[in-house]
Design a protein around this ligand. Structure first.
Ligand SMILES: Nc1ncnc2c1ncn2[C@@H]1O[C@H](COP(=O)(O)OP(=O)(O)O)[C@@H](O)[C@H]1O
Ligand SMILES: O=C(O)[C@H](O)[C@@H](O)[C@H](O)[C@H](O)COP(=O)(O)O
Length: 163
C-alpha cells in the first residue's frame, strides 16, 4: 500500500518472484471509467473506489479459499478501504511504502507509459490516512532504500505466511 509512485508495483514484482506467489496489479481491476477519470487528472471518490475495492477483496477471498498466498498492489489510502479489502483478517498483511512528496515526485516524472498524471500525487497524499503501525500493517518501509533491500525485508516478514 501507499500513494501512486511509492513503489508498490516494483516491490510486488520482486516479492512475487522470490516468494513464487501470484501477483495481481490493483490497477488492472479498475473499471475503465476510473482509469479515464485518473487519466484526466480527476481524483477518484469513495463511490468510484467501492466496486474496485470489492474486486480486490474477492481476489483475496478466492486465494484464501484455495489455500494459497498472493500479492495485490493497492494504494489502500483510507482505513475504511483497508477494512473493505480484508484488513480485519489476520491473514491479510499490508506492507506500507512510506515516502514524502519530495521523494516520490521525481519518480513520477521519470516513470513513462503510466496513466496517472504526476499532479495527482497531491490528492493521493491528501487522501492518505497513514496506517496504525501496530494494528494495521506488518511493516513500514522507507521508500528511499534500494529495491532489493525492500524486497529482502518484506519477504523475510511474510515468509511465515507461506503455506
Ligand atoms: N526502491 C526504489 N528506488 C528507486 N526507484 C524506485 C524504487 N521503487 C520504485 N522505483 C521507481 O519509482 C517509480 C514508481 O514505482 P512504481 O513501482 O511504479 O510505483 P507504484 O506502483 O506505487 O505507483 C518507477 O519508475 C520505479 O522504477
Ligand atoms: O484509489 C486511487 O486513487 C487509485 O487507485 C490510486 O491510488 C492508484 O494509485 C492508481 O491506481 C494509480 O496507480 P499507481 O499506484 O500504480 O501509480
Amino acid at each position: 500500500m501507499g500513494v501512486s509512485g511509492c513503489g508498490k508495483s516494483t516491490l510486488a514484482q520482486l516479492m512475487a518472484e522470490r516468494m513464487a506467489w501470484p501477483l495481481i496489479e490493483g490497477d488492472d481491476l479498475h473499471p475503465p471509467a476510473n482509469i479515464a477519470r485518473m487519466s484526466n487528472g480527476i481524483p477518484l471518490t469513495d463511490t468510484d473506489r467501492t466496486p474496485w475495492l470489492g474486486l480486490i477483496a474477492d481476489q483475496i477471498r478466492s486465494w484464501r479459499d484455495a489455500g494459497q498466498c498472493g500479492i495485490v498492489t493497492c494504494s489502500s489510502l483510507k482505513r475504511s478501504y483497508r477494512r473493505q479489502i480484508g484488513g480485519d483478517c489476520a491473514d491479510v498483511c499490508f506492507v506500507y511504502l512510506k515516502g514524502s512528496k519530495e521523494d516520490i515526485m521525481p519518480r513520477l516524472y521519470q516513470r513513462t507509459g503510466h496513466f496517472m498524471p504526476v499532479a495527482m500525487l497531491n490528492s493521493q497524499l491528501a487522501t492518505l490516512e497513514e496506517p496504525d503501525m501496530h494494528e494495521e500493517v506488518v511493516m513500514v518501509l522507507d521508500i528511499n532504500a534500494p529495491q532489493e533491500q525492500l524486497a529482502d525485508r518484506a519477504c523475510a516478514q511474510l515468509t511465515r505466511f507461506s503455506l
